[in-house]
Design a protein around this ligand. Structure first.
Ligand code: OAD
Length: 264
């Protein structure tokens, strides 16, 4: 088999990824302050369906119908069943090379922040610690009265509606729903870091939800080099300084290898 056919498809062609990866690795190797912003695509190779890709329906419902305060007020049992199903998918999944590379970056760069839109918990599982979970965490519940955040019990199905151990009120998933604001301080900390970042790596997001994209673009406006990784071009890809077209689980390890070679 010739070299051409052995190379991954995304590595060739008009995107000239090799040159883009080299250029990205050069800025990354010289950086001390790095921000990463991730979306559902980063977990796609772990088997978790993306939001806007195929497989978004559950029992005939769309996520946009269930992930709302109104849906929870009307029918908390159905919303909890949906989250328990999604949580089961997340509990089966394991981090892929994209999660692992981002955890290594956390170990290596003196200043680093990973702002993720994902609620699946795979980034912390891979070892990322300087992490902001912008949209919450599917393994946590929050009291609808006292707002205490608690880990959910290790069970796939919650038969009775879960309640708060402190005040007995109903727990809700600790997730930002459609039509809700971000939790206080969460977005602000990501925005503050973006102002100082030298490189912003965005991976696996359709760039349809504005606040996380604003974090990335704010960084670029403040002088950071913006790198976007996604097999499909998005509105952000065209604004990125380097667009690396391909799956994050393959592109990030290539980028990181090239970066580490330049660091030594
Ligand atoms: P989307 O489902 O909108 O987009 C997933 C993106 O991942 C798409 O652009 C795909 O092309 C890309 N993708 C697919 N496979 C990939 C791979 N292997 N490597 C890299 N990229 C890949 O998901 P998000 O952009 O994360 O919010 O969606 C943002 C938010 O919309 C979610 O956090 C959720 C939803 O509303 C809340 O629940 C609050």
């Amino acid at each position: 088999m010739g070299l051409d056919t052995a190379e991954p498809r995304w590595f060739r062609g008009p995107n000239m990824n090799i040159g883009q990866i080299d250029a990205s690795a050069t800025v990354l190797a010289a950086a001390t302050r790095v921000l990463a912003v991730t979306g559902a695509g980063v977990s796609a190779e772990s088997g978790i369906p993306t939001f806007r890709g195929a497989g978004g329906l559950w029992e005939g419902h769309r996520a946009t119908e269930l992930a709302t305060p109104g849906a929870f007020a009307r029918d908390p049992a159905t919303v909890w069943r949906w989250y328990q199903w999604r949580r089961g998918v997340c509990l089966e999944a394991v981090p892929n090379p994209a999660h692992r590379v981002l955890a290594e970056m956390d170990d290596v760069f003196p200043e680093f922040l990973l702002a993720t839109q994902n609620v699946d918990g795979l980034h912390p599982q891979a070892g990322s610690s300087r992490l902001v979970e912008l949209h919450g965490n599917i393994h946590q519940g929050r009291c609808t009265e006292c707002e205490q955040v608690v880990p959910l019990p290790d069970q796939d199905v919650i038969d009775a509606l879960p309640t708060c151990a402190s005040c007995s009120a109903l727990l809700r998933p600790h997730i930002v729903w459609f039509g809700e604001s971000y939790r206080p301080g969460v977005l602000e900390s990501a925005l503050a870091f973006s102002q100082r970042a030298e490189v912003v790596i965005v991976a696996g997001t359709s760039a349809q939800v504005w606040p996380p994209i604003a974090v990335a673009l704010r960084g670029q406006e403040a002088g950071a080099v913006l790198i976007d990784i996604n097999p499909e071009s998005t509105d952000l890809s065209v604004r990125a300084d380097h667009y690396l077209a391909g799956p994050a689980g393959e592109v990030l390890p290539h980028l990181w290898d090239a970066t580490r070679r330049r660091m030594t």
